[in-house]
Design a protein around this ligand. Structure first.
Ligand SMILES: NC(=O)c1ccc[n+]([C@@H]2O[C@H](COP(=O)([O-])OP(=O)(O)OC[C@H]3O[C@@H](n4cnc5c(N)ncnc54)[C@H](OP(=O)(O)O)[C@@H]3O)[C@@H](O)[C@H]2O)c1
Length: 251
């Protein structure tokens, strides 16, 4: 199949493209770097011509509330309209577990708007919501940095290796549209404080991560349900300690 991966040069996108190619598909990494821009529309009709499936794993260059909403709405409208013209039979998008539960977060409001456009588009779809990637924990920790300490919510999270979220996406892209929202999470649940502390310590960073239940995550105060999956999610196999060891040896 011809499968266009929008954001195919990114962290997740590059892994999705590789797995699709390994399975014999004609996977195309589409992004501004390859002349495809979902905001301006540049290159979109051309790359979607003859495509069977589109996987959208693009991300907004800015996480500022207004900018991120503008990004996901404009990109969503442009991509879905171009898919209708091209007769694409399956739109698959990566979203975030908790998107519908945390309207105080500008980023998650924008992901909810993206999901809404997809559900109402009439294009057969699958939405996969993932929990946080292990790869993202360092940036989350930096977001809570206050001088010599890091303050983060102690809420429960269930992060996953990006490679496993990417593999699940690629497998879904090779199957029929589900017209549903699925969830994927890692194998272990624990406090965000604990995961972040282990992540930065493994990188030789000696700062302490302090639990602060008022600390905001992308603008939102969290509780133990905010970022955890609902019943029966897909579950990745790689435990955090094993991932950390692998990272320490160059991935
Ligand atoms: N990070 C997490 O923990 C997490 C968890 C759950 C879900 N997600 C979702 O995963 C998705 C991908 O995240 P990521 O971390 O892999 O992103 P990333 O590494 O930052 O990559 C972003 C991709 O988007 C592309 N892009 C940016 N502007 C574009 C435009 N105007 N038109 C087309 N492509 C554009 C970039 O292309 P260039 O390389 O050409 O700039 C790049 O390929 C996001 O939708 C995010 O919401 C992330």
């Amino acid at each position: 199949m011809k499968i266009v991966v929008i954001g195919g040069t990114g962290l997740i996108g590059s892994k999705v493209v590789q797995r699709l190619r390994d399975n014999g598909h004609d996977a195309i990494a589409a992004s501004p770097a390859s002349g495809v821009n979902t905001i301006t529309g540049e290159g979109l009709a051309e790359v979607l011509s003859g495509a069977n499936v589109v996987v959208d794993v693009a991300n907004s260059p800015s996480f500022e509330d207004g900018a991120v909403m503008e990004f996901f709405q404009t990109a969503g409208r442009n991509v879905l309209a171009a898919e209708k013209t091209a007769g694409v039979g399956h739109h698959l998008a990566l979203s975030v577990v908790g998107t519908d539960r945390i309207p105080e977060s500008g980023y998650l409001r924008a992901k909810a708007a993206q999901e809404d456009l997809i559900r109402k588009s009439g294009v057969p779809f699958t939405i996969l919501r993932s929990t946080q990637f292990y790869e993202f924990l360092k940036a989350i920790a930096e977001g809570g940095a206050r001088g010599d300490e890091i303050r983060l919510s102690p809420a429960l999270v269930q992060p996953i290796a990006a490679a496993e979220a990417a593999a699940a996406l690629a497998d879904l892209a090779m199957g029929p549209p589900r017209n549903a929202i699925l969830e994927i999470a890692g194998p272990e649940s624990g406090s965000l404080v604990d995961f972040a502390q282990r992540r930065i310590a493994a990188a030789g960073d000696r700062r302490r991560v302090v639990a602060d239940s008022e600390a905001r995550y992308f603008g939102a105060v969290l509780n133990d349900q905010s970022l955890r999956p609902d019943d029966a999610p897909l579950i990745g196999a790689t435990r955090f300690d094993d991932w950390l060891k692998r990272e320490a040896h160059g991935g």
